[in-house]
Design a protein around this ligand. Structure first.
Ligand code: FMN
Length: 173
């Protein structure tokens, strides 16, 4: 699919059929993340891939809301980074998330960005602390976000270019 088509059709998908996603597709999503541009080429991130359904069932507890889809997902990729390795780790990890989300869509998978940084778990800890206990984040890493993945059980319409907010664009000539 042409990149602009992917961008127009991309949406956050939070409902999944329960079918497994193909191993080679998960691999391509991971590769799309690892391939990302990074400040000074440092690539301070780590991707923690969760396929274990018992762990996935516990993952909605990582957030007070906004993460329930993880219980029905086939996989989840947690993106974290060592903030001491790169001062712009948030930007770096955001590109990883975005690339993986777009790759997932282009492969016919459903995915959704689930915010982790600055968020709390249902039990009052930070989302990061909750996940660290559940899956063990790499030593010294800060959590950025999680990407849920599954076969889509909902369809969303293509963005109509006529709806784009051109009032957010300022051209200086
Ligand atoms: C930084 C960021 C954080 C987000 N956090 C969540 C989240 O925690 N839970 C969720 O369901 N969706 C989350 N989303 C998805 C947005 O809600 C979604 O992109 C937005 O509603 C627009 O819908 P669309 O992605 O289908 O175009 C997040 C998206 C971004 C970029």
């Amino acid at each position: 699919m042409d990149l602009f088509e992917v961008l127009k059709k991309r949406h956050s998908i939070r409902k999944y059929t329960g079918e497994s996603i193909r191993e080679e597709d998960l691999e391509k999503v991971i590769q799309a993340g690892l391939i990302s541009a990074a400040s000074r080429g440092i690539r301070p991130w780590q991707l923690t891939v969760i396929k274990n359904k018992e762990i996935l069932a516990k993952m909605p507890g990582a957030r007070t809301g906004g993460a329930n889809m993880l219980a029905g997902a086939d996989a989840c990729i947690i993106v974290s980074a060592d903030p001491d390795a790169c001062d712009v780790w948030i930007e770096d990890c955001s590109i990883v998330m975005s690339n993986m989300h777009l790759m997932a869509h282009s492969l016919g998978l459903g995915s959704c960005w689930i915010q982790g940084r600055l968020r709390l778990s249902a039990d009052g800890r930070t989302t990061e602390e909750y996940l660290d206990e559940l899956v063990g984040l790499p030593q010294g890493h800060k959590l950025l976000a999680m990407l849920s993945l599954g076969m889509p059980a909902e369809e969303k319409s293509e963005t109509d270019l006529a709806d784009l907010r051109y009032d957010k664009v300022r051209i200086v000539e």
